[in-house]
Design a protein around this ligand. Structure first.
Ligand code: ARG
Length: 247
């Protein structure tokens, strides 16, 4: 019967109650994924997810506390309680969903390609890169990396710690192509100028992005989905979207 009482204790755990008691919403993300979470010149965290997180904290009546965390360990950090929620442009994958719960998607993206200019005209899709002579880059532990391994298995894949390092490799000609989420590639291309890159901007994967929370917390999930529906329909979502994504 001891196991039975332990189960009840576990079932009672409510992140929402903890947030309200603490007076703080602790949000986990990894800065660097433009335009969702970035560090500005003053060292402040900015971006689509950050603005949405601030709006969320406001709706709860608590303080927003950003927790910048390595992408590599972001799910373990959520599970061990370093923060309450992951708001980090995370794609809902079936594998991740075995470990965490996802709220409803707040945007749909997909993988796209930034190509070195020398391949203009000769490479038209990810399928053309499926040859060991092509060096393809992406970021460690992301769906970009998974897409390369699954859909371009014969290319020479090089993994990087940050998306910017991986993309710069193509700009400076050390790699042929960078595979990553559409919104990041749009911003990176705008920053670099179109001179050295070709953008294959038609997404070749389907990727809903969503907030991730610990399993076994239906109250928190219910709050989040209702909050999302509300902001999507009262203008707050559009305002944040237009600020960071629509160009
Ligand atoms: N959507 C991709 C994924 O889930 C990339 C997200 C990277 N996010 C970040 N904050 N660095 O794997």
């Amino acid at each position: 019967w001891h196991g039975w009482t332990a189960d009840i204790e576990l079932a009672k755990k409510s992140t929402l109650e903890e947030i309200l008691k603490r007076g703080e919403l602790r949000v986990g993300f990894e800065a660097g994924y433009m335009p969702f979470e970035m560090t500005d010149k003053k060292g402040n965290f900015v971006g689509f997810d950050i603005d949405m997180a601030k709006e969320m904290a406001k709706a709860m009546g608590v303080k927003f506390v950003p927790v910048n965390t390595a992408w590599d360990g972001i799910i373990p950090s959520l599970i061990t309680g370093k923060f309450d929620i992951i708001m980090s442009g995370m794609t809902v994958t079936q594998e991740r969903n075995l470990k965490v719960n996802f709220a409803d998607p707040y945007i749909i993206v997909g993988q796209t390609i930034l190509l070195n200019k020398r391949h203009e005209g000769s490479v038209a899709s990810y399928k053309d890169l499926n040859d060991p002579k092509y060096i393809v880059t992406s970021k460690l532990g992301t769906t970009g990396e998974q897409a390369v391994k699954r859909l371009i298995p014969k290319c020479t894949y090089k993994s990087f710690e940050t998306e910017t390092e991986a993309a710069l490799e193509v700009v400076n000609g050390k790699a042929d192509a960078f595979v990553y989420d559409l919104p990041f590639c749009v911003v990176f291309l705008a920053q670099q100028g179109a001179g050295k890159l070709v953008f294959l901007d038609k997404p070749f994967t389907y990727e809903p992005l969503a907030w991730a929370i610990n399993k076994g917390d239906p109250d928190f999930l219910n709050w989040l989905n209702n909050f999302l529906r509300q902001v999507k329909n009262d203008g707050r979502y559009d305002q944040i979207y237009n600020k960071w994504i629509k160009s």
